[in-house]
Write a protein that binds this ligand. Structure first.
Ligand SMILES: NC(=O)c1ccc[n+]([C@@H]2O[C@H](COP(=O)([O-])OP(=O)(O)OC[C@H]3O[C@@H](n4cnc5c(N)ncnc54)[C@H](O)[C@@H]3O)[C@@H](O)[C@H]2O)c1
Length: 363
């Protein structure tokens, strides 16, 4: 029996609503597969916790999380707590302290009806964005001088270390090489004449170790255009923290919206737990209404299962998401349906049970 210990940080707004559905899926898998079990430990951290305690997480929160196999996070941020506090003191703190330097964000069209792009099909939009997740533009380095004065100066410094840049680019080459896909680097060397010139150089240097990988390199402005006009160009993409953040929201728009976009924050060496979360935020505009789409959070479960080495279950979850989108029986309003968050989760579990009966898990 394999046991995976999962720390739950449902967080704010719709976070708890969607995480509940992801947990429902994991519990269903546990029932279907006697060789796997999960433990769940809930941490009530987030903006409500901040309002009561003046901090986003316990002082020893990082120590508490260290022993888990994975962290499953909903969303953080809520009106009343400045976004830079909620983000930096919880989400970014975990990513940095646990050296989760790889952010894996699939841009995959699971059903043709979901894309706003005319005549694009599933095969046209299917790529993986590997975003640098530990430094770059989100290094938190800078200064604010003479606040409020006419002479005010604000510096936000991008930090690109050789170690940080090499390891993310090497990770991307490895991924492209083992999956036999092309690799595209997205940067901005013409305007960012230090950081992105360096990025481009490292991309070329590491590329010499992977002569089998066909590469492309685009400026981020051109790449944004190609995301829309010719997404088929992309197979594996590697880019910096800021560019990856923005481009993957564009990717989400091309594949069905934020209710479907997932992201895994990985520490590949497994020195620390990795964290799985939907890309979306806490959506205060719909929080508490029971209409949040839980599919992004359920897709995060698929990524988590892949990371645990339970690839068949990871695929099973993804396949059931596709079935759900195809049958359109139980979908939330963002996808044109009228189902509640819980009804989507319940239907998903039914489909997973059917899948397990008919596919691989007939033991
Ligand atoms: N990873 C995170 O925790 C994260 C990411 C982004 C934003 N935030 C925080 O979330 C708060 C709200 O930010 P925002 O409004 O810019 O972004 P958001 O992602 O919360 O919402 C943007 C829009 O998408 C919709 N949406 C998002 N997720 C949805 C879902 N699962 N189902 C249906 N509709 C969904 C929302 O209703 C809203 O109209 C802010 O405090 C922000 O800092 C957190």
């Amino acid at each position: 029996m394999k046991t995976f210990n999962i720390a739950l940080i449902p967080g704010d707004g719709i976070g708890p609503e969607v995480v509940a559905e992801g947990v429902k899926v994991l519990k269903a898998i546990e029932k279907l597969d006697s060789s796997i079990s999960f433990t769940f430990t809930m941490f009530p951290w987030g903006c409500e916790y901040y309002i009561d305690n003046g901090k986003m997480m316990d002082d020893d929160g990082i120590d508490k999380l260290k022993t888990f196999d994975a962290i499953y996070l909903g969303a953080v941020g809520y009106p009343g707590v400045p976004d830079h506090i909620s983000l930096w003191d919880l989400l970014l703190r975990i990513r940095k302290e646990f050296d989760q330097y790889v952010n894996l964000r699939p841009v995959t069209l699971l059903n043709q009806s979901l894309t706003p792009l005319k005549s694009k099909m599933e095969k046209d939009i299917d790529f993986l964005v590997i975003r640098e997740n530990s430094e770059g533009e989100y290094a938190g380095a800078g200064e604010r001088l003479f606040k409020g004065n006419q002479e005010e100066v604000v510096l936000q410094t991008g930090v690109f270390t050789r170690k940080g840049t090499e390891r993310i680019i090497r990770y991307a080459y490895e991924e492209a090489s083992k999956s036999n896909r092309t690799l595209t680097s997205i940067s901005k060397g013409n305007a960012l004449n230090y950081s992105m010139v360096f990025w481009d150089e490292v991309f070329d240097e590491i590329g010499k170790e992977y002569p089998d990988v066909k590469t492309y390199s685009y400026l981020v402005d051109a790449a944004s255009l190609y995301f829309v006009t010719d997404p088929k160009k992309f197979e594996v993409v590697v880019t910096s923290n800021l560019f990856g953040d923005i481009l993957t929201d564009l990717g989400a728009a091309l594949t069905g919206g934020l209710g479907l976009a997932t992201g895994a924050n990985i520490n590949p060496e497994k020195d620390f737990p990795s964290m799985f979360e939907p890309v979306h935020g806490s959506a205060p505009d719909i929080a508490g209404k029971g209409i949040a789409n839980p599919i992004a959070a359920i897709w995060s479960v698929s990524q988590m299962l892949d990371f645990f080495g339970e690839k068949e279950w990871g695929e099973a979850v993804l396949s059931c998401i596709k079935d759900m989108l195809k049958e359109t029986m139980q979908l939330t309003p963002d996808l044109g349906g009228s189902a509640s968050t819980g009804e989507v989760g319940d239907r998903f579990v039914e489909l997973l049970n059917e899948y397990a009966d008919t596919e691989i898990f007939t033991n």
